[in-house]
Design a protein around this ligand. Structure first.
Ligand code: URA
Length: 234
């Protein structure tokens, strides 16, 4: 597709129509990562689906079954950003539905956080990297405009970054996750906290004081307390 045609997406006329409106042409998504997707492109996170499902801004589009956009409440106060879909997620088109997802649900439930009410879940990249490898910097960059739109639309009070890829992908933070997990940080005026990835906890099952699982328990309580505090003052 010619880049002129792709750029038509960003004509003011196109912007003024929701994606589901007659005339919406998902085939006009910018297929090159060099073409930006400006803030304000989408009116709801649902509108990302037809684009992400047809996206070839990076090579991951060639091997995906489904793009994986979101799960949970698009108005939730907490957004959780993972690394990228695995096999289960790719098959079902939903983030964190495999073993890591089951553990994540348990962690959230332990402080009475409910995914359908309090939490919105997504990933740094929307398509599964083959063999579950880490997404490359180029793949993260190609997908980032979608994530930025999700953040803008959900407008979460708290962003939780699970694992180093998510931390580095959004914040550009190079310090290791073990060093800075549990620290409150600010990004673009938003409150963020890096936390361990559930897959890491599955590989480290000890619950002893100071173990990764124990640290996660401290972190998630901290998050719940902060949310209660925010809710009490707003
Ligand atoms: N791991 C992730 O980072 N994201 C998912 O959606 C599933 C597993």
């Amino acid at each position: 597709m010619a880049s002129d045609e792709q750029l038509n997406l960003f004509d003011p006329v196109s912007f003024s129509e929701p994606a589901s409106a007659p005339g919406f042409q998902p085939e006009l998504i910018p297929t090159s990562a060099k073409i930006p997707i400006p803030p304000g492109t989408y009116r709801s996170t649902q509108e990302l689906f037809p684009h992400c499902d047809r996206c070839f801004r990076c090579g991951l589009g060639n091997t995906r079954t489904h793009a994986v956009v979101e799960r949970g409440n698009p108005q939730a106060p907490i957004m959780i950003i993972g690394e990228g879909p695995g096999q289960n997620e790719d098959e079902q088109g939903l983030p964190f539905v495999g073993k890591s997802g089951q553990l994540l649900e348990k962690i959230l439930a332990s402080v009475e956080l409910d995914t359908s009410r309090d939490v919105y879940i997504c990933n740094i990249v929307k398509c599964r990297p083959p063999e579950n490898r880490k997404p490359t910097a180029a793949e993260i960059a190609a997908c980032k405009p979608y994530l930025l739109e999700q953040i803008r639309l959900v407008d979460p009070k708290i962003i939780l970054l699970t694992g180093a890829t998510s931390l580095q992908g959004l914040l550009g933070e190079k310090r290791g996750i073990t060093k800075i997990r549990g620290e409150w940080m600010e990004w673009e005026g938003r409150l963020c906290m890096p936390i361990f990835h559930p897959a890491y906890l599955l590989r480290n099952p000890s619950r002893e004081t100071g173990s990764p699982k124990w640290l996660m328990w401290q972190d998630i309580q901290n998050v719940k307390n902060k949310l209660d505090e925010i809710r009490a003052t707003s």
